[in-house]
Design a protein around this ligand. Sequence first.
Ligand code: SAM
Ligand code: DTB
Ligand code: SF4
Length: 347
Amino acid sequence: MTALRHDWTRAEVCALFELPFNDLLARAHAVHRAHHDPNAVQVSTLLSIKTGGCPEDCAYCPQAARYDTGVAAHKLMSVEAVLERARAAKAAGASRFCMGAAWRAPKDREVAQVAEIVAAVKALGLETCATLGMLSAPQADTLKSAGLDYYNHNLDSAPEFYGEIIHTRQYQDRLDTLEHVRDAGLKTCCGGIVGMGETREQRAGLLQTLATLPEHPQSVPINRLVQVAGTPLAGTAELDPFEFVRTIAVARLLMPASMVRLSAGRAGMSDELQALCFFAGANSIFYGEKLLTTGNPDVAHDQALFARLGLHALEVEPEPGTAHADLVAADACCGDGRANCGCSAAA
Ligand code: SAM
Ligand code: DTB
Ligand code: SF4
């Protein structure tokens, strides 16, 4: 096992990015195998519980009210409506249910409503995660008391690139929320977005900042920008897919014990690119046809991909006859996963 370090320098992180691709992947995969089952992938389902109409100006985001993206605004869903979706996610094989709200910072009344939702989802036997924007320390405590496991709050970019993407809150605001989340005893889910026009050094800067937080986030989502028409970042030059794999590999090397999530952008990736990402150290995905407002690969496609790669879903006892049972069993099947496989995982 590699010892965890919290003192990575920018030069060291840049040097990792500069390695020959095969050397970088070999190193990242060795660290991955030493800390994790290389064939296990954690699966989370995401639901937008409050959509659109957000006052912030995040240049990538289809939910910012100021951009004309065609996303219809919806108020906070009822407990019962969320539960219905959480039950379906569990039956389909998710072990964690992540709830996103398009808020800058929720009001205390809204946090109380989400706390009720969290408690109900948790009672189904799912792990819970929420992403609601900036939180005060008491709000983080309220969510922890309700049974929340993870809070997602991303740094999104390197500190020096942030001002080109978001003007309505500061980098320090994000660090403050992360501190409140850690102090409340919640697990942190924190990562960023690549493909926003940043330089390689700025990608290194994002990962260096994540890896030098007081604790490595337990979950590190690496999002590839989903370009949405109407947002300022629509039309940005596409990131070289190998550079995306490098970003996953460097995240794995810097934060060996964390779960690295191959997050937004999977719908636009080939199976081969995703396989390279899993080899480089990604071991978590969003599972289900939708992220918050944009698409994600079909469940059947992911099941077939797991089967072809001999991957299985991490943790939770599968209920017999569910899609989850198929995902968990994927590495026990013929491993083919294509139309001629005939095993349940390829259905
Ligand atoms: N409003 C809250 C906030 O900003 O913290 C929570 C929801 S927000 C949609 C959660 C994260 O989604 C953002 O921090 C960003 O990393 C990611 N995201 C949003 N739009 C995206 C896009 N078009 N492509 C990739 N990631 C995106
Ligand atoms: C994260 O890092 N990625 C997820 C989750 N945390 C909340 C969100 C991705 C959103 C992609 C754009 C959309 O679907 O609206
Ligand atoms: Fe609002 Fe979050 Fe989207 Fe920014 S990322 S515009 S805060 S919903």
